[in-house]
Design a protein around this ligand. Structure first.
Ligand SMILES: Nc1ncnc2c1ncn2[C@@H]1O[C@H](COP(=O)(O)OP(=O)(O)OP(=O)(O)O)[C@@H](O)[C@H]1O
Ligand SMILES: [Mg+2]
Length: 255
């Protein structure tokens, strides 16, 4: 993948499981955001991006969105001057059935209470809730969330994690995340990027249990046990799962 004349990604290959959460990991600058922007067609890319088995690499972003890919970007991308309700209304997609306000209000009761509040006056955690809620409105087939817990207070990290866990029960999630306690809690599978390449793929729990691997791949000597923000929420056991087709798979040829 070439951005600004530079090769950013050189051979990213990852599968997103057809259910639950798949984590995309890597140190700062490893290429995580560029990878998800590549999947979405927001940056030029070559290779193959399969969504439920169908090739999408030549689709424009708007077409991919119509195919059911929801995106909560790294900067959250909420419209600060618009109300919560207006932010959600803008995310509605005609032709995808009734927007799932029932689900959104069940998962985010606070957003219902704050429907008329300008999104710019929300806390970082509440803005993140708006960003995730938008991806759940339209019956998407895949949700991509880029560092949804970044910069949030520990208690809010726990709330966002809980919401992501519920979201992943409905829709497969590709989660870019640096908080390894959140990864431990949510992700069954993971891919690790290093210098624009896939450096590791496998079960998330296996990677996090291996201090040498986490040090080498993520620069963290010890993946702390359990804490996403508070300690009351133990990791659920990962259910066994096999998929005929992964929800999405991407293989970036050298671009
Ligand atoms: N628009 C751009 N122009 C030039 N270089 C870019 C651009 N966007 C990203 N890069 C470079 O590409 C590399 C990968 O960046 P990217 O943002 O994908 O990493 P990341 O893994 O998401 O990092 P972080 O953990 O900091 O979010 C970095 O070296 C970055 O400086
Ligand atoms: Mg990033």
């Amino acid at each position: 993948m070439v951005i600004g004349g530079r090769h950013i990604l050189h051979g990213v290959d990852l599968d997103v499981a057809a259910s639950g959460t798949t984590a995309l990991l890597g140190r700062n600058g490893a290429g995580k955001t560029t990878t998800v922007r590549g999947i979405l067609g927001l940056v030029p890319r070559t290779g193959s991006v399969l969504l439920a088995g169908a090739e999408t690499v030549r689709l424009a972003t708007h077409a991919l969105v119509r195919h059911g890919v929801g995106y909560a970007p790294e900067d959250r991308g909420v419209f600060a001057a618009l109300t919560v309700a207006e932010n959600l209304r803008l995310a509605e997609r005609p032709g995808t059935g009734e927007p799932a306000y029932g689900l959104v209000h069940e998962l985010f009761p606070e957003l219902k209470q704050r429907a008329r509040q300008a999104a710019g006056t929300l806390s970082g955690g509440q803005q993140q809730m708006v960003a995730i809620a938008r991806t759940l409105l339209n019956g998407n087939r895949l949700i991509i969330a880029d560092e949804p817990t970044k910069g949030l207070a520990p208690k809010v990290v726990t709330e966002v994690t809980r919401v992501l866990e519920r979201a992943a029960e409905a829709v497969p999630v590709l989660l870019v995340e640096q908080n390894l306690a959140v990864v431990r809690r949510l992700a069954r599978h993971c891919a690790v990027l290093a210098d624009g390449r896939t450096a590791h793929r496998g079960p998330a729990a296996e990677l996090l249990a291996d201090p040498d691997a986490t040090r080498r791949l993520l620069g963290v000597g010890h993946a702390s046990r359990g804490r996403t923000g508070d300690t009351r929420t133990p990791s659920p056991a990962a259910p066994a799962h096999t998929a005929a087709h992964p929800a999405a798979r991407t293989a970036e040829a050298d671009a």
